[in-house]
Design a protein around this ligand. Structure first.
Ligand code: ADP
Ligand code: MG
Ligand code: ZN
Length: 647
């Protein structure tokens, strides 16, 4: 059984870090990830990890010493409570206040119920109760104590360690039997006098490492500036820290929640429609900005990684492919060649974690948006780990929303996450740093300050695409597109009346009177569907006035504002995503055309001002961008290979 490895202390990330003396990436999926996620849902009712929780659970399961700095409310408790369910013996948690402990126990009883037996020992625990608990802990034997529940979590105040000899003796007994799973020190900054909250009893925690050299320690804190962190390590006798996304085999694994990394330059670039044109745009970018650098191109599907790598190679950029179906040897070979610079670009699915120990990744491009902003932050964050400048470029086109929606169709919060990603991609104004900050703060109910950011203007990064756009007049801000939005909704409701179904790209063409002007009426089954002609003048008084790209942007905007929503249709092979009227649609569509034109609530959307085409570089193999791409399966996203690795 997989979990046996873990109990015996041996482990491996799913498909990398195969003991080659390279770094270990705890932020990846590991062999126990499915079990962890299942128990997290079942016992704690939590659907997905956030911030650095996954990485931390992995390092915990791998029995490492860990320091974690995550803001209050970030979810630090889960990172020891969940692994405690899987480990042999008891996890002891030291926490400074009885009130905090009581709160934790109440929460656990509510959530964990009968699965996770938790007790507390504080100055307020009576003598008999204390004796009883300690007896239960030392006497527990998995063979003999069948009827009794094992205590998995024992919360104590620090004076138990400082002052209670019997308690320490009891822990030593546990440790000798191999049943002291881990020691957790909550609010670990309290050990340091350099911090703002020094507690004398915490100072005594330095004996823990001496008493239990083999028991892993987890130190948690919400506030721990570097100076305090170093002091904490020294006092707790922990080894120097190593980054959880590129950890060494020894040392204390360090995690902090996503923080602003000033050396990363974020940018969203429009992705031309059509596969070849998209690859050409990426190649142009790489040759222009990073001709001699190493980088990663993240792709959505395995098929994409192969086409993109082939396309880049054709254009003189040496590229390799990495995804879950690539054999171990092949992966290792790629790794070596990439490190040596023989391969410049790795085109990868999110299964790619092997490159994390390569510090000089100068660019991370996304061929398609990620499933969530967390994912995007994590993937793009593989750039610039050496601290030097690096670029993170998201190639975005609204149509890709279809593929992502299909991918997350069965995930509880999947759609919301994709919408947040789309909003980020469509944003032409907000500083990327602040957009991340707002998102992560909201996702974990944190204060914005946790991100070293506040929303006031002075806190912008100054070097993302939107910061650099400021004042250049390249964005048509808040254009009033109420009438066009009204037309789109009317066309859609007309189609729905005829039981027709449309994708983003089909609707884009329809409302512009392009692509033949008809739509398929909704007879299910294999029979050819009737094509219904659409008389735009009759339905909504004429075409929308926007370009194709801008129409797509408006449709995505309406999706993120709830005027439109996705509906799914599952076939044997794939999930198709169609557009239908959303919960907000009625506000606009019930109005008359004249009303939509002149009064009432407005729909405002930002668009890029049309720009002159950039100077073309000489290239023989270059197809004309967008010249012969019509709406075909290629752009509707319906027939693509969406077999991504994380499913
Ligand atoms: P911290 O100790 O970091 O201040 P807690 O561990 O007390 O934070 O967690 C704060 C809250 O967040 C708790 O109510 C917890 O249930 C919730 N929480 C933790 N992790 C997640 C998650 N991944 N998704 C949703 N809620 C979570
Ligand atoms: Mg806490
Ligand atoms: Zn910025």
């Amino acid at each position: 059984r997989q979990l046996e490895n873990m109990r015996t202390g041996r482990s491996a990330a799913v498909d990398n870090s195969k003991g080659k003396g390279k770094g270990i990436d705890y932020s990846d999926e590991w062999e126990w990830t499915p079990d962890l996620v299942a128990r997290m849902k079942a016992v704690f009712g939590i659907q997905s990890f956030r911030l650095c929780q996954q990485g931390q659970c992995n390092a915990n399961m791998d029995r490492r010493d860990i320091v974690c700095v995550m803001p209050t409310g970030g979810g630090k408790s889960l990172t020891y409570q969940l692994p405690a369910l899987f480990s042999t013996g008891c996890t002891v948690v030291i926490s400074p206040l009885i009130a905090l402990i009581t709160d934790q126990i109440l929460h656990l009883r509510e959530a964990g119920g009968t699965c996770l037996e938790a007790v507390m020992l504080t100055g307020a625990t009576g003598k008999d109760a204390t004796r009883n608990i300690m007896a239960r802990m030392t006497a527990y034997d998995p063979q003999k104590s069948k009827d009794e529940k094992e205590i998995k979590l024992c919360y104590v105040t620090p004076e138990k360690i400082a002052k209670s000899k019997t308690f320490k003796a009891m822990l030593e007994k546990l440790a000798a039997k191999g049943r002291l799973a881990r020691i957790v020190i909550d609010e670990a900054h309290c050990v340091s006098q350099l911090g703002h909250d020094f507690r004398p009893d915490y100072k005594n925690l330095s004996i823990l490492r001496q008493l239990f050299p083999r028991v892993p320690i987890l130190a948690l804190s919400a506030t721990c500036p570097p100076k305090v962190l170093n002091d904490v390590l020294k006092i707790l006798r922990l080894q120097p820290v190593t980054d959880g996304a590129a950890a060494n085999k020894t040392g204390t694994v360090y995690f902090s929640s996503p923080l602003y990394r000033p050396n990363l330059h974020y940018c969203v670039m429009p992705k031309p429609s059509g596969a070849a044109a998209a690859i050409q745009a990426m190649a142009d970018y790489i040759l222009e900005a990073h001709a001699d650098d190493s980088g990663i191109v993240y792709c959505l599907s395995k098929k994409d990684t192969e086409t993109v790598a082939a396309g880049l190679s054709e254009r003189g950029i040496r590229s390799g492919v990495y995804h879950a179906d690539i054999g171990d040897e092949e992966k290792e070979r790629l790794h070596v060649r990439w490190r040596k610079g023989q391969v410049k670009v790795v085109c990868a699915t999110i299964a790619f974690g092997l490159g994390i120990d390569k510090g000089d990744v100068r660019f991370v491009l996304h061929h398609t948006i990620s499933k969530s902003l967390e994912g995007y932050y994590q993937e793009s964050g593989r750039a610039g780990r050496d601290g030097k400048d690096a670029d993170c470029v998201l190639f975005y086109r609204g149509q890709d929303a279809t593929r992502l929606s299909a991918l997350v169709a069965n995930e509880p919060e999947g759609q919301d996450k994709v919408h947040a990603m789309l909003k980020f991609a469509q944003d032409l104004r907000g500083c990327r740093k602040l957009l991340f900050a707002e998102y992560f703060s909201a996702a974990s109910e944190l204060a914005l300050s946790a991100w070293g950011a506040s929303t006031d203007a002075g806190a912008t990064c100054g070097h993302c695409d939107n910061c650099k756009r400021k004042g250049k007049g390249t964005v048509d801000v808040d254009r009033d597109v109420t009438l066009d939005a009204w037309k789109i909704l009317h066309v859609l409701s007309h189609i729905e009346k005829h039981k027709g179904r449309v994708t983003i790209s089909i609707l884009t063409d329809l409302v512009r009177g392009a692509g033949g002007g008809g739509f398929a009426a909704g007879k299910k089954g294999k029979k050819a569907q009737d094509k219904i002609e659409l008389d735009l003048d009759a339905v909504c008084g004429g075409k929308v006035s926007l370009s194709k790209d801008d129409t797509e942007i408006l449709i995505i905007h309406l999706l993120t504002t709830g005027h439109l929503t996705e509906s799914y249709s599952q076939t044997a092979y794939t999930i198709n995503v169609y557009l239908t009227a959303g919960p907000e649609a009625y506000r606009l569509s019930r109005r008359s055309k004249a009303d939509a034109e002149s009064s009432g609530q407005r729909v405002l959307c930002d668009f890029q001002q049309p720009q002159k085409k950039p100077r073309k570089r000489a290239s023989t193999s270059r197809p004309k961008a967008g010249s012969k791409r019509k709406r075909t399966g290629q752009s509707s996203g319906e027939d693509e290979d969406d077999a991504v690795d994380d499913d």
